[in-house]
Write a protein that binds this ligand. Structure first.
Ligand code: ATP
Length: 216
């Protein structure tokens, strides 16, 4: 059965790293992929753009293709966005059989055992770990134990079960991060070509991250 893959994040702002690795993972898994902006991220400082702006930038970036789409459910829930709640919701919608793959970058995966009810994630989804420059494979003991028992080597293994496996997914190394983009903007520099044009237009139009309108 065609898997459904989910990529959660703050997307503050969406950048070419997110888009390209999401695209490559969707191809590798032969999956549909939903990108889910988090409302109040439990693990990080408040974002620079509002929830509505982060969603608008994401939707603008995804125009013109069908495979990746934005799913705003975490922004509609009150309180922090716990991935376990999202997985339970999506699992209830898609039924028990369809493979569900939670995609996380290698940096996010390394912190997985700090996530709310993290062990239950495997009851509802597989985890696909996207390679990311500068983030290697050193995990604390509990996570390492899950890695060694659940890890599979190819995407076919994720189609044979609805949940519970871990697949490392080798993607093009793109050393792009939202925090580096916000730092550029704070210096008055442009993130052009790191952020899709349609999202950059929203940043400039709405003055997000303190950007002053230059072309008005
Ligand atoms: P920040 O720099 O603010 O922490 P970020 O660039 O990591 O942000 P997030 O929205 O936090 O962006 O990322 C969402 C998900 O995408 C996370 O699982 C993250 O690991 C992954 N990700 C983001 N950028 C990349 C990249 N360049 N390569 C691989 N994975 C990435």
């Amino acid at each position: 059965m065609r898997p459904l893959a989910l990529l959660g994040g703050t997307f503050d702002p969406i950048h070419v790293g997110h888009l390209r690795v999401a695209w490559e993972a969707a191809e590798a898994l032969n999956a549909d992929l939903w990108m889910l902006p988090a409302s109040v991220p439990p693990h990080r400082a408040a974002p620079g753009a509002s929830a509505a702006q982060r969603l608008a930038m994401l939707e603008a970036a995804l125009l013109g293709q069908q495979r990746l789409r934005a799913d705003p459910r975490e922004l509609r829930r009150s309180g922090p966005s716990y991935t376990i709640d999202t997985l339970c919701e999506v699992r209830a919608e898609i039924g028990p059989q369809r493979p569900l793959v939670l995609l996380v970058g290698a940096d996010a995966f390394a912190g997985l055992s700090t996530w709310h009810r993290w062990r239950e994630l495997f009851d509802h989804a597989h985890i696909g770990v996207l390679t990311r420059p500068g983030h290697g494979g050193v995990f604390e003991a509990e996570l390492a134990a899950e890695w060694f028992t659940r890890r599979v080597a190819d995407a076919g293994a994720l189609r044979e079960a609805p949940a519970g496996r871990i697949l490392p997914i080798e993607v093009t190394p793109l050393d792009v991060s939202a925090s580096a983009i916000r730092a550029l903007l704070a210096e008055g520099r442009s993130p052009r070509y790191l952020v899709p044009d349609a999202a950059l237009a929203i940043i400039e139009r709405e003055g997000i991250y303190g950007v002053r309108e230059k072309n008005a």
